[in-house]
Design a protein around this ligand. Structure first.
Ligand code: SF4
Length: 566
């Protein structure tokens, strides 16, 4: 996405070429992407979830293109040139010279002077001449409300935009900055409309309207317009990239932020941060930056502070992120090589006579293909009770598939059947998961997508299940009663309970790869062995939540030191 080229390659004064993605990315990532000495540094394997999202976005774009072509007839002119972007840019220039009203899949000429490159899903010609950009994204771009400036998707002309009574704009800095970059490139090419303010359009996931953004309006902190914000950011990212490309001192250092989770440079950045004992190892994002600014730049320095004492005067109160005392405790635990510490003497975990551990596997946004459940009877098994143990409700038709509704319906019927049998016999019931957001989202989504399928609950029934105190999120329990120095993911905390996964490669990202093979995506032969691997992985995940709560309910949990003992 981001390119580096030397001046000798024909790139002008800037020496680097940035596309719009650099504007919202971590500055250190921009540095590493342009640092020739980082070429051999460690990187994470490609993220299959990200690859899938890209494929989905591309499919969405193609669908919109086909709809536009059908609706706008001869006005719609696709670039339709395969191969190097220079050839596509040349064809785009020809269509601009012809005055084509709508140019689909346009590539703009490289702005070598400034160091920009970009492509637009659509260029829209205005009545007085000149083009404005339009992007097709696979995100929601509006919320219920009013005031967005919109046109129909089949009528993508900003001069016809009206204030929409049913939609308000959902903020997306990424889209606005991408439109600003295209606007600057249209200006540089001499293709921008004269005498009107900058404007750009976006078609989102629902593809119900085009939202038109006034790129001069003050949507940014301090009332800055998008173009002004863009210019400041672009200058900053270009400086970072140029310094890296030229081997000058880095203008951006690694610091742990949310983006790190999906960043290919994570192995390199993590090693660097650990080697200097950087405070962001335990204090992420803005919290780490504030601590560093206040002179608390290392984990060792943070561990020296008094957790019960006042927050150092250089720091804002309240500090964003975890409470100050927790940050100091995390630093101390880390210094002592402990991955988990306890906040209190006992760890209350709700238990029941009949218990089910639940775990769902999904493939990107395509669907939830496997619901796994582990049934146990801590209150004693009775005649007529379902067999204890693990069972899987799966579809192995490649997603998306109607068969997903069949497997979810069977899971739901089984789960609620166990619950109802327990409660009608006077016993308590609880179902457990780890981090309920994904399970809740897919349960609600399945009820909506497969409404009317056999065994399918209504959305209200699913919501009632989610709201029931018998549906317990163990992530919330862990977050409340423990501090974890290496994160609170199930893979991090379950080993403290003595649990180990059978498959040494078990993990969310690998499971995405296994799934592709298991169902034979892209026309390959389905691999039975990968299905078995996924089932074993899911069975271990529910066994892990079971082991975790058994451990938290036992005296063994007291072997974990208390925060006050650090
Ligand atoms: S791992 Fe984090 S700090 Fe490093 S480049 Fe990526 S996002 Fe930036």
């Amino acid at each position: 996405m981001i390119g580096t080229s030397s001046v000798g390659d024909g790139v002008g004064r800037a020496g680097v070429l940035l596309d719009a993605a650099a504007l919202t990315r971590c500055r250190r990532r921009v540095h590493l992407d342009h640092d020739p000495s980082a070429a051999g540094a460690a990187r994470a394997l490609p993220d299959p979830a990200l690859e899938q999202r890209r494929a989905d976005a591309s499919e969405h774009r193609e669908r919109i293109g086909a709809a536009l072509a059908a609706a706008t007839g001869p006005s719609w002119r696709p670039v339709e040139v395969q191969g190097p972007s220079a050839a596509r840019a040349a064809r785009t220039a020809e269509l601009v010279a012809e005055g084509a009203p709508l140019i689909w899949d346009a590539v703009l000429p490289l702005d070598l002077e400034a160091g920009r490159r970009s492509r637009a899903d659509l260029l829209v010609r205005l009545p007085g001449g000149g083009y404005v950009p339009l992007l097709v994204v696979r995100r929601r771009i509006t919320d219920p409300g009013g005031g967005a400036r919109t046109t129909a998707v089949t009528d993508p002309y900003p001069q016809r935009a009206r204030s929409d009574p049913d939609r308000k704009v959902r903020s997306s800095p990424r889209d606005l900055l991408a439109l600003a970059q295209l606007t600057r490139m249209l200006e540089a090419a001499g293709w921008a409309p004269a005498g009107r303010g900058p404007v750009g359009g976006v078609i989102g996931m629902d593809a119900d309207v085009v939202v038109w953004h006034d790129l001069a309006a003050g949507h940014w902190p301090g009332g800055r317009g998008t173009m002004a914000e863009y210019d400041v950011r672009f200058a900053d990212r270009r400086a970072v990239a140029e310094a890296a490309a030229a081997g000058r001192p880095a203008l951006a250092q690694p610091s742990r932020i949310t983006e790190c989770r999906r960043c290919p440079w994570w192995p390199t950045c993590e090693a660097e941060r650990v080697s200097i004992d950087d405070v962001s190892i335990v204090a992420h994002g803005e919290t780490g930056r504030l601590l560093r600014t206040a002179g608390v730049g290392t984990v060792a320095a943070l561990a020296e502070l008094d957790p019960a004492g006042p927050v150092p005067p250089e720091l804002p109160v309240p500090l964003p992120g975890p409470p100050f005392a927790d940050l100091v405790a995390l630093a101390r635990a880390r210094r002592q090589g402990r991955s988990v510490v306890r906040r209190s003497e006992s760890v209350p975990v709700p238990r029941a006579d009949v218990e089910v551990d639940v775990d769902m596997e999904s493939f990107g946004e395509a669907g939830a293909y496997l619901w796994g459940a582990l049934l146990t009877h801590p209150g004693g098994r009775r005649d007529g009770d379902a067999e204890p143990g693990y069972r899987a409700f799966a579809t192995w038709d490649p997603l998306p598939t109607e068969d997903e509704g069949r497997s979810f319906g069977e899971f739901w019927a089984w789960l609620t059947g166990v619950r109802d049998a327990a409660r009608s016999s006077g016993r308590t019931f609880a179902a457990y998961c780890y981090n309920e957001q994904a399970e809740n989202r897919w349960m609600l989504g399945s009820a909506a997508r497969f409404a009317g399928a056999p065994g399918m609950p209504s959305a209200a029934e699913v919501q009632a299940f989610i709201d029931d105190p018998g549906w317990i999120d163990l992530f919330t329990v862990v977050s409340r009663w423990f501090l974890c120095t290496h994160g609170k993911g199930l893979k991090k905390i379950a080993p403290a309970a003595g649990f180990a996964w059978r498959d040494p490669e078990a993990g969310g990202e690998n499971s995405m790869r296994w799934y592709r093979d298991a169902v034979g995506m892209d026309g390959a032969e389905p691999e039975e062995s990968q299905r078995e691997r996924l089932l074993a992985y899911n069975a271990d995940d529910v066994a892990a939540t079971h082991a975790l709560r058994e451990w938290m309910s036992s005296d063994r949990v007291r072997e974990v030191p208390l925060v006050s003992e650090l």
